[in-house]
Ligand binder design. Structure first.
Ligand code: CA
Length: 642
């Protein structure tokens, strides 16, 4: 049977796989067309022998079922699946709860896991722009200077502390003041690389999924009861919402932690991609690739996304190695979320690349950057083009970009400002809504480290406060905050976060990775600069516009000298009267100040290399402005009617 024939015969589209426990009834369902027998085993505690075993009954399309006329909330379970005469033990791939370390599944009545007020929890309205802050749950509060009580440090619970008692703003209070609109959390589904029974000093970014639909246990205060991780994860999201922040979940549907996953044990050979010689493909560089494009794989992923959105009130998803998934699946997820929650209510973006090539199902297209134009307009991609044009190559540490000495990048930078809508890249987005502008993320060097390495090559000391690096950091931020598209930043970029040159710190321990809160004081100048840019951006409709026509707002692009460029932005808000009908934006990455003539009209400086979100009127008899070396300037034209 071909893959297609198998899928046609066994495809199951109902949304009831896993365990449904409510109203005094518990229903177990799994999909396994090749199984000869499936035994359900129930345990009253984590460990020991089953107290009850029941044969599952085979129904249509390879779905096995068992119904109990009672609530089994709190019971653990697993399955013995017999295929070709051999019994294999597995947890439930559709599990929504599990034991410590996730080897057994757990029955939960989800209604009993809601924190107080959770049914009424709503995401805050988005103001002006999507400004995304990428954060790891443990990094957020591991530092004792966070002021978070020790039992909550590194945990979901840290997000519920609104005032930490520290003498300066930290954690939630800090996020709120910063003004970002989304918090993007590195993976918090159950991952396998950290021993949940071990001590709190273990660390991993978490790109190694074990149970896709269960929250990670090491962030919970108690892993002996599976409901605690669910409740505390919901509390975290509820608290972020309450404090005006939306929540993005980093999801990793492209591979599993082990090749011998629950999916593989339940339906051997179905969920992964294989090379022609029968070996597993490895486009993820993690040992396996989930076979997006097959009917039940796509159902699994789409249903999992919907589950997190509905049950946990997650507001958006960042897809790891989206280039291993398909255009068709991504567009389907977009459509299903829009139908359920309203168009664009949930944010979707991903990495439009993969580590290695991967054999796709016939008739599917990989969700790679070159296919951005085939993706729905509501699916964003990380713009590595913008990132590298601004600060230089992501792997070649000494190679500079526009802000740190790179030559000949003027034209690219001017393409970046429209989100590559006017060409300049190997792809063409449908609109700037598809572009995520950024200069640093958890992967690769922090922005500070990259700038230190490229500007102080050979004598790099990451602890030194280099003034030239600080200026380049500000200019980098100034540039991507004045590009059309959405904005994304790694937590701590705004306080010169350093990992001392460690470009792949996924298991380098919490001390290296954690946010060092004292740096928010040490680099307050930089924090304030970012804060100003964040606030200013929300007031500039010409840059926030996500329509297809937004690029037409950018005009008068000019290269004035090496490393000096400018452009103007039609900043009219077509819904209401704005303060500035036009913006004039200049990037001067050269070592000299540069004088430019001002277009006609009355202008005020809204940001320059030192301050952002200011209002300094240019005297009316002054026809030009001087932009300092290594800095940007943004001016707004005021006093024009209509
Ligand atoms: Ca885990």
């Amino acid at each position: 049977m071909t893959n297609k024939e198998f899928d046609e015969k066994f495809r199951y589209d109902e949304k009831d796989l896993g365990v449904n426990c409510k109203e005094g009834k518990t229903v177990f369902k799994v999909w396994s067309p090749m199984a000869e027998r499936i035994l359900l085993r129930l345990y009253d505690k984590d460990g020991g022998e089953p107290f009850l075993e029941r044969e599952m009954r085979l129904g249509e399309r390879g779905v096995w079922e068992r119904v109990f006329p009672e609530s089994l909330h709190g019971m653990y379970y697993d399955y013995l699946v017999r295929i070709e005469g051999k019994d294999v033990r597995t947890a439930d791939p559709y599990a929504i709860c599990c034991n410590c370390n996730g080897s057994r599944s757990m029955v939960v009545d989800l209604g009993q896991t809601d924190p107080e007020g959770f049914p009424e929890d709503r995401a805050p309205a988005v103001e002006g722009e999507q400004i995304i802050y990428e954060l790891h749950i443990k990094d957020f509060s591991y530092d004792k200077d966070s002021g978070i009580p020790e039992v909550y440090r590194g945990k979901y619970k840290a997000f519920t502390i609104e005032k930490t008692g520290q003498s300066y703003p930290t954690c939630m209070e800090y996020l709120k003041e910063l003004g970002v609109t989304y918090v993007h959390l590195l993976p918090f589904f159950d991952y396998g690389s950290v021993d949940e029974a071990g001590d709190g000093n273990q660390y991993n970014w978490g790109y190694d999924p074990l149970n896709f639909n269960v929250p990670e246990g090491s962030y919970a205060t108690d892993v002996s009861d599976g409901t605690v991780r669910i409740r505390e994860c919901k509390e975290m999201i509820q608290s972020l919402h309450k404090n005006g922040l939306r929540v993005i979940m980093d999801v990793v549907y492209n591979h599993t932690y082990r090749n011998d996953s629950w999916l593989e044990r339940m339906v051997p050979g179905y969920y992964y991609r294989y090379q022609e010689d029968g070996s597993l493909s490895d486009g993820s560089a993690c040992g396996n690739d989930i076979a997006a494009g097959r009917a039940m794989v796509d159902n699994y992923i789409a249903d999992s996304v919907m589950y997190w959105a509905k049950e946990y009130h997650v507001d958006g998803f960042r897809f790891d190695l989206m280039g291993l998934l398909t255009v068709e699946l991504m567009n389907r997820i977009r459509r299903e979320l829009d139908e359920e929650f309203g168009t664009g209510e949930k944010l979707i973006y991903g990495e439009p690349w993969r580590a290695n090539s991967s054999p796709m199902e016939s008739g599917t297209r990989a969700a790679l950057k070159v296919n951005t134009g085939c993706l729905d307009e509501g699916i964003g991609i990380f713009s590595d083009d913008t990132r590298d044009a601004i600060k230089g190559h992501v792997f070649r540490e000494e190679e500079p970009g526009f802000v740190n000495g790179g030559d000949g990048l003027e034209a690219l930078i001017l393409h970046a400002v429209t989100g590559w809508r006017d060409g300049g890249a190997v792809f063409r987005p449908r609109s700037c809504a598809q572009i995520i502008n950024y200069v640093s993320a958890h992967d690769n060097f922090t922005l500070w480290d990259k700038l230190v390495l490229s500007m102080h090559n050979g004598e790099s000391d990451f602890s030194t406060r280099y003034e030239d690096v600080l200026a380049a950091n500000k200019l980098a931020a100034f540039i991507y905050f004045t590009c059309q598209g959405s904005l994304f930043m790694q937590a701590g970029e705004e306080f010169a976060r350093t990992k001392f040159g460690d470009e792949n710190s996924f298991q380098s321990g919490p001390k290296l990775n954690m946010l060092k809160w004292s740096r928010t004081v040490e680099y307050k100048e930089l924090v304030d600069y970012y804060k100003g840019l964040i606030h200013l951006r929300k007031k500039l409709p010409g840059l926030c516009d996500k329509h297809k026509s937004a690029a037409l707002r950018i005009r008068g692009k000019s290269i004035h000298a090496d490393k000096v460029v400018s452009f103007r932005v039609d900043n009219r808000d077509f819904d209401q009267a704005g303060e500035w009908d036009e913006l004039y934006i200049i990037y001067n990455a050269s070592l000299k100040e540069h004088q430019l003539d001002l277009p006609a009209g009355k202008w005020e400086i809204l940001a320059d290399g030192k301050v952002s979100d200011c209002r300094l009127k240019v005297p009316e008899d002054q026809a030009s402005v001087t932009v300092g070396a290594g800095s940007g300037m943004l001016l707004g034209r005021y006093g024009v009617e209509g």
